[in-house]
Design a protein around this ligand. Structure first.
Ligand SMILES: Nc1nc2c(c(=O)[nH]1)N[C@H]1C(S)=C(S)[C@@H](COP(=O)(O)OP(=O)(O)OC[C@H]3O[C@@H](n4cnc5c(=O)[nH]c(N)nc54)[C@H](O)[C@@H]3O)O[C@H]1N2
Ligand SMILES: Nc1nc2c(c(=O)[nH]1)N[C@H]1C(S)=C(S)[C@@H](COP(=O)(O)OP(=O)(O)OC[C@H]3O[C@@H](n4cnc5c(=O)[nH]c(N)nc54)[C@H](O)[C@@H]3O)O[C@H]1N2
Ligand code: SF4
Ligand SMILES: [Mo]
Length: 732
């Protein structure tokens, strides 16, 4: 496929769109969407070009092909050669064009003029913005040591440059969206199998999906493979307090009492062990701790679990037998977001243990080990700063923090306390903690405690709204990105990269360029002494076929062994085996096996709030998309029919939902598809930023209502530990 040879240069684009003249006259018109972009393009040749890219509307990076006419992206199609996404581009993926040409895109650097969060901005030129960044960062480093600056970056191929910058600048304080997402699950599987697995959904015969919603919360290829596997006769059992679309399509759905999954999993282990439904050879050769586990699960029989979970005991016993009969082509699906409960690592350990017990590992239909993609790192020696404190600001608060991601909620608390040391600068790239970290009031306090806060985004997110300096980024279709390895099921170990499909819009600049410029001013230029092109060459140096594959197919696959990887490999655990009993936990004084504690019950007339996804939006980042906005929102509060009756609430009433930390008002949706003591609402509404013009004033903010518990082992946020009241405000 010919790449866009006639691609317009950035200057040509502005010229063609008439913007250069307008800019010279001092008034850059707002490109009001795709139509406006096309209308402003003169000399239309009508010629279509195609270019590969990888979708960035969520972290999955599905392969796509941009169809470009006269320098304007008109359409995105799935890349059929991209096996990970199985030739699919979801609704959000298709709406990538609208994201790029959104009228609300940030267009040039903005400096706060009024009070923080007041919304008074002054447009400044880039060189001034870079000078100011360098000056403030230097100032903070001198006053508070390099660790006095926090760096936060979301899911992105360029986030690695933020980490690199933080390291050479000298700060250990780096956080990401991950401690609001999946770290407790990663912890649990790492501490059982020695690595975080992928699920071979396609070849699985029996899947228990607990606390995951693969037909709405899309994860490729799992979402598509689940459909295929079910068409081939695979059985799906869903545990979810809500009747999700995945629940609707499952063979069996159990509205499990929130926070009780561990009781269910331990009861499965009880049946499997007591009825000797496991493979003795596997247990003897590959696992550690069967005797301790046998003893541990005796008290967790199906009757006990039934009382806790609200799932009949005979069903639990039957499911255990069916799961074992299908093993090793069966699985407790590991899930993705595990930011649920204070004991989420232990809950997910119970998932991992059942898989370990059945040997659902490294074989078709079970959990799979990661594979080599062959991508090379680009090492560097960061300078040492004598004045720095010993550790991250959130260190030692939980026993097993992930060193690279830390814990956002623990970091925020430490910053607000100013202990053990002050943090006064904050750089945020492509993540929106104001909308995605629980207890928004606290995040506002954190922003207020900063001397200087910089946000790089494509839109005026709520986090950008709180910043001192807001910098416009190009969207994924406009920038060059380093290569990245992608894994997922049997579909791949592949490598993707991005090149601009069209030149960067407005004055947007990639974060790499921004950091490189600032590094230069801070005398750290030697650590950014390369272009992305050169960086990629280094990454791909052992993959001679990659460049040609990118050109031809838009993706590079490294064919490698999928199953049996561990036949001659030792597990990266203390016992060098799959740890049913965790030796390291024992040494650290953490329960070596998951001990069940019943979750607190909501007090009378209060409800447990749970978090979940819609297929047509991502977190907080696409609700304001002109296309997706028509499909989603404003958000509603799911309330059980009986609970609504008791409260005298009728369909469509406006209700106030309030926790101990915040509240919001939204319309109610009365349904039998949620447990009586549980409520749910979609995230991403109730925004504070008026520059999210489609959704400003719509619905309620989940981040404002959620309290901020955290996982006691790794500090991952615990988003489901919030009780709320629901009160009618206005009848429908
Ligand atoms: N369309 C779309 N797709 C996405 C995303 C998106 O925003 N939109 N986000 C992506 C990201 S970053 C992630 S991490 C993944 C998330 O993927 P998932 O983890 O599958 O997503 P959630 O929708 O959060 O699913 C959690 C489910 O758990 C249920 N639940 C709540 N409490 C309990 C409990 O105690 N026990 C059980 N068994 N269930 C419970 C909730 O009702 C919810 O349906 O999705 C990814 N894919
Ligand atoms: N209430 C609530 N909180 C949650 C969750 C939830 O479901 N509900 N889910 C949790 C999970 S699983 C996760 S993964 C996290 C995700 O949390 P976040 O990382 O905060 O995810 P998003 O809300 O998608 O925010 C992404 C930000 O990046 C910006 N952006 C998009 N594209 C670009 C780009 O190309 N360049 C730049 N520079 N910026 C861009 C968007 O405008 C947006 O401001 O949230 C967690 N927190
Ligand atoms: S799942 Fe959808 S939004 Fe996510 S990368 Fe794939 S196409 Fe894009
Ligand atoms: Mo996530």
């Amino acid at each position: 496929m010919a790449k866009d040879k006639t691609r317009l240069s950035r200057r040509d684009f502005f010229k063609a769109s008439g913007m250069l003249a307008a800019a010279a006259a001092g008034s850059v018109p707002a490109l009001g969407g795709l139509e406006a972009a096309s209308a402003q393009t003169t000399n239309s040749s009508g010629k279509w070009e195609s270019a590969f890219s990888a979708c960035d509307m969520c972290f999955n990076k599905c392969g796509c092909i941009a169809r470009v006419q006269d320098g304007v992206v008109k359409k995105l199609d799935p890349n059929p050669k991209f096996l990970k996404s199985r030739g699919m581009l979801c609704a959000r993926g298709n709406a990538g064009v609208a994201q790029m040409y959104a009228p609300d895109r940030l267009k040039y650097p903005l400096l706060r003029k009024g009070e923080r969060g007041e919304g008074k901005w002054q447009r400044i030129p880039w060189d001034e913005a870079i000078d100011m960044m360098a000056e403030k960062m230097q100032d903070i480093r001198q006053k508070y040591t390099p660790c006095g600056h926090l760096f936060t970056a979301g899911a992105d191929l360029q986030s690695k440059f933020v980490g690199r910058f933080a390291e050479v600048y000298g700060s250990y304080n780096v956080t990401s969206h991950e401690s609001l997402c999946l770290l407790s699950g990663s912890r649990a599987f790492l501490d059982t199998f020695g690595e975080v697995p992928f699920a071979d959904v396609l070849n699985s015969k029996y899947i228990i999906m607990a606390g995951a919603n693969r037909f709405e919360a899309l994860v490729t290829p799992d979402s598509i493979d689940l459909m295929t596997a079910m068409q081939k006769g695979s059985k799906l059992v869903v545990l979810d307090p809500r009747y999700t679309k995945t629940a609707a399509l499952a063979n069996e759905w159990y509205p499990i009492q929130p926070g009780t999954d561990m009781a269910f999993m331990l009861a499965l282990a009880h049946v499997i062990i007591n009825e000797e439904l496991y493979d003795r050879k596997w247990i003897a050769e590959k696992t550690y701790g069967i005797d301790q586990l046998r003893e541990h699960v005796q008290k967790y029989d199906p009757r006990f679990a039934a009382e806790e979970c609200g799932i009949p005991a005979q069903d639990i016993a039957r499911i255990a037998r069916e799961l074992a009969a299908a093993a090793p082509a069966s699985m407790i699906y590991p899930g993705r977001r595990t930011s649920d409960y204070k004991n989420s690592t232990q809950v997910r350990r119970s998932f991992a243990i059942v898989n370990g017990l059945l040997g659902n590992w490294d074989q078709p239909g079970g959990l799979l080990a990661a594979r080599e993609v062959g991508l090379k790192g680009v090492p560097y020696d960061a300078p040492w700063y004598d004045d720095n404190p010993d550790d991250r600001i959130d260190a030692h608060k939980v026993p097993m923090l992930f060193e690279h991601d830390g814990s956002f909620v623990l970091t925020r608390d430490a910053i607000l306390e100013g202990k053990p040391y002050p943090i006064k600068g904050w750089f945020v790239y492509k993540t929106n903690p104001m909308g995605t970290a629980p207890n928004r009031a606290k995040t506002i306090e954190m922003c207020n405690s900063m001397e200087f806060m910089i946000v790089v985004d494509i839109a005026m997110s709520d986090t950008a709204w709180m910043a001192d300096l807001v910098l416009p980024a190009p969207s994924y279709l406009e920038r060059q990105d380093p290569a990245s390895g992608l894994q997922g099921s049997v579909a791949c170990a592949c490598v993707v990269q991005r090149d601009p499909v069209v030149p960067a819009l407005y004055e947007s600049r990639p974060v790499f360029d921004v950091l490189k410029d600032v590094a230069g001013k801070l005398e750290l230029g030697e650590y950014f002494d390369f272009t992305i092109e050169e960086y990629r060459k280094q990454q791909l140096r052992d993959l001679p076929g990659a460049a040609e594959a990118f050109r031809k197919d838009g993706v590079y696959y490294n064919p490698s062994k999928v199953y049996g990887i561990y036949e001659d490999r030792v597990y990266k655990t203390l016992s060098k085996k799959v740890e049913l009993y965790n030796q390291r936990y024992e040494k650290m004084g953490v329960d070596p096996m998951p001990v069940y504690t019943p979750p607190a019950k909501p007090p009378k007339n209060r409800f447990r709030m749970v978090v979940g996804r819609s297929a047509s939006v991502t977190q907080t980042s696409s609700q304001n998309n002109t296309v997706l906005h028509q499909l989603t929102g404003p958000n509603t509060l799911w309330l059980n029919t009986k609970a609504a009756d008791k409260l005298g609430i009728k369909p469509g009433d406006l209700v106030e939902v309030a926790s101990s930390v915040g509240k919001g008002e939204l319309k109610v949706e009365i349904t039998d598809g949620i447990l009586e003591d549980t409520v749910y609402m979609l995230s991403g509404f109730g925004a504070l930023s008026p520059q999210l013009s489609l959704i400003f004033g719509e619905g309620a903010s989940m981040a404002a209502v959620l309290q901020e518990g955290y996982d006691e082992i790794c500090g991952n946020a615990a988003l489901h530990e919030t009780f709320v009241s629901v009160t009618r405000k206005v009848a429908s």
